[in-house]
Structures are given as structure tokens and as C-alpha cells.
Design a protein. Structure first.
Length: 324
């Protein structure tokens, strides 16, 4: 699985950059990043087309990579699931939709929901270079926290969106999105303690609503992790020259940490849950140690080198993988 942006999307971004000052965009990217960290929302932070483009260069690659990783897990868990309709809630630049199309090429219709008309206009221009479903999406310029019902879709995703919703409204938003979900729902948040708490709260809502948890949880019981620990994962993605400039970075790759939740309607066939690796494995001279979350909760497991077959299999496991 590749987490690099599709060639068509890279080309569309390059067209947006023609005649635009990279230096100005880098300043805007820094300013918007600071505004988001201070609690700003897209509707207030992204005011101009240049703001949206700067944000896309800085954040679209990581958002795409995280969503691509989550959707790959959704495909593994539900091999027979073939969504036709996508609702991308808090769509922003459309990164999650591009990742969904890569995962499920049979998607025929896409709805982008976002409070920022500026973001939707950029997403629309980028989408013209993509697959047919992205070339003419349905657009909803609306606040995700509003009480209106959303269009029903087989696949519903909200990536990096709950952070912009007032805490008191997040449970209602999650329930509203679940009501719109006819198949699988994916929630993706930053891999911070705060992002994990939002995922944890959403998990409670979905379990109470009768959702079937697919991943990363191998059970529907209370999360066994306790502070200061939190459930999150990481994906490494390459940085382009413009990405490096927007981030004021020199390292040619980025490790995006994210928290996520996949839930399905009970009628969606899914594979059996297995223990998941919750942290980078610790390799020693004679063994590899794993921190796992299994059907019975947290578990520490060590695989000794002398058990050649098991050790060979264990060496292929990484953070976020499940035990075979």
C-alpha cells in the first residue's frame, strides 16, 4: 500500500502553485498552523484561496496517509464491503475522499460536507483531476455541529474534524454521522492524548448505538489503557520539496501520528478480531517484546529467538499490526 499522494493529485496541486509565491505560502502555512493550535476552526482560519492552498501543501499529504492506512485496515477487516456512496464530513481539501477512492475504486458518488466554502472550492478544483466520483461531488456548506440530518452513505468518514466541534456537541455529531452511515464509519483524529479522548468518547457513543467495532479495538469493552498512555498509531510518508518548505523542515519524510476508530453496521461481514500491537516492538538479543490489546484486554508477549518460526513471523510485525 502506498501512502504517497496519487499522481493526479500531485499534478493538480502543482497547477495550483503556478504563479504563486512559495515564500508567501510558507508564511501562511505557519500562521494557519498556529491559529489551529490556538483553537481556531477552518471557517475562521482559512479565509482566502491562498490560505487553503498553504494548508493543503502542509497537511494534505499527512491526512491522506493516515486515511489511506485506516482504509487499508477497513478493507482487510471487511473484504466483501464495496461502498458506492461516500460522505466526507469535514472534508477540507478532500484528502480523505482521495484515499477512499484509492481503497474502493467502485465509489460512484461523493458528498463533501464542510463549513469552509474556501476549502470546498479548492477541493473541487483538485477533484477535477481525479476519478469521476471526485469530479462532480455533491457539496454541502454547513456546520458539522448543526442538528440537520446528513445524506445517507455506505461509507462515512470524519478525518481531523471532531477537534473543531465544541466538546459538548461531539457526541451528538458522532451520533448524527452514525445515523447517516449505512455500512462503515471511519473516524480519524490527531494521535495526541486529546485526539485519543475524542475517539474514546465517540467509541462510547457508537457502542451504545449498537455499532460493531472493527478496529483498532479487538473488543467492545471499556478501553484498558490508562493515563498517561493513549491509543495511537503512526504512518511514515515522503515529503515533497514544497511540503518541506511549508513545514520549514529538512528531513525528507514525516511520521504522522493518528488515532482512529472503524465501526460497522451489524450486517457488514467482518473478519474475527485479533490482538493488535499498540507500540513499536522492542527487539532484544534473544527475543522481541510486544505490547498488545487483545480480546481480553492488555497483554505483554515475548517471542524468543529460539522459537524460529514464531520469531520470524514476529519480526515482520510493526506498530498497529495484528497478530496472525
Amino acid at each position: 500500500m502506498s501512502v504517497e499522494l496519487p499522481a493526479a493529485l500531485r499534478g493538480a496541486l502543482a497547477l495550483e502553485l503556478e504563479g504563486v509565491s512559495r515564500k508567501d505560502l510558507a508564511v501562511r502555512a505557519q500562521r494557519t498552523s498556529e491559529a489551529y493550535r490556538a483553537g481556531g476552526t477552518s471557517a475562521s482560519v482559512i479565509r482566502t484561496a491562498e490560505d487553503a492552498l498553504a494548508y493543503a501543501l502542509a497537511r494534505l499529504p499527512a491526512t491522506y496517509a493516515a486515511c489511506a492506512t485506516v482504509f487499508a485496515e477497513a478493507r482487510r477487516m471487511t473484504s466483501g464491503f464495496a461502498p458506492k456512496r461516500l460522505l466526507d464530513a469535514g472534508a477540507g481539501t478532500g484528502a480523505a475522499s482521495w484515499a477512499a477512492i484509492e481503497a474502493w475504486g467502485g465509489l460512484q458518488g461523493v458528498t463533501w460536507l464542510d463549513a469552509s466554502a474556501t476549502f470546498l472550492r479548492l477541493a473541487g478544483r483538485l477533484g477535477k483531476a481525479g476519478p469521476k466520483a471526485l469530479q462532480a461531488p455533491d457539496l454541502l456548506t454547513a456546520d458539522l455541529a448543526s442538528t440537520q440530518p446528513w445524506p445517507v452513505a455506505d461509507l462515512v468518514v470524519a478525518s481531523y474534524a471532531l477537534a473543531e466541534i465544541p466538546a459538548a456537541s461531539q457526541a451528538r455529531v458522532v451520533r448524527g454521522l452514525w445515523d447517516a452511515c449505512a455500512g462503515v464509519m471511519a473516524l480519524v483524529e490527531p494521535g495526541t492524548p486529546a485526539g485519543y479522548q475524542r475517539i474514546l468518547a465517540a467509541r462510547e457513543v457508537l457502542v451504545a448505538a449498537g455499532a460493531d467495532l472493527l478496529a483498532p479495538c479487538p473488543h467492545a469493552s471499556a478501553c484498558p489503557l490508562t493515563a498517561p498512555d493513549w491509543c495511537h498509531f503512526s504512518v511514515r510518508l515522503p515529503r515533497s520539496r514544497d511540503h518541506l518548505l511549508m513545514k520549514a523542515a529538512e528531513v525528507p519524510f514525516e511520521d504522522e501520528k493518528f488515532a482512529y476508530l472503524l465501526a460497522a453496521r451489524p450486517g457488514i461481514a467482518a473478519t474475527a478480531r485479533s490482538a493488535r500491537v499498540l507500540a513499536p516492538p522492542r527487539a532484544g538479543k534473544g527475543a522481541t517484546a510486544f505490547k498488545l490489546c487483545g480480546p481480553q484486554g492488555l497483554e505483554a508477549r515475548t517471542v524468543a529467538r529460539r522459537d524460529k518460526a514464531a520469531f520470524a513471523a514476529a519480526r515482520r510485525l510493526g506498530w498497529g499490526d495484528i497478530l496472525p
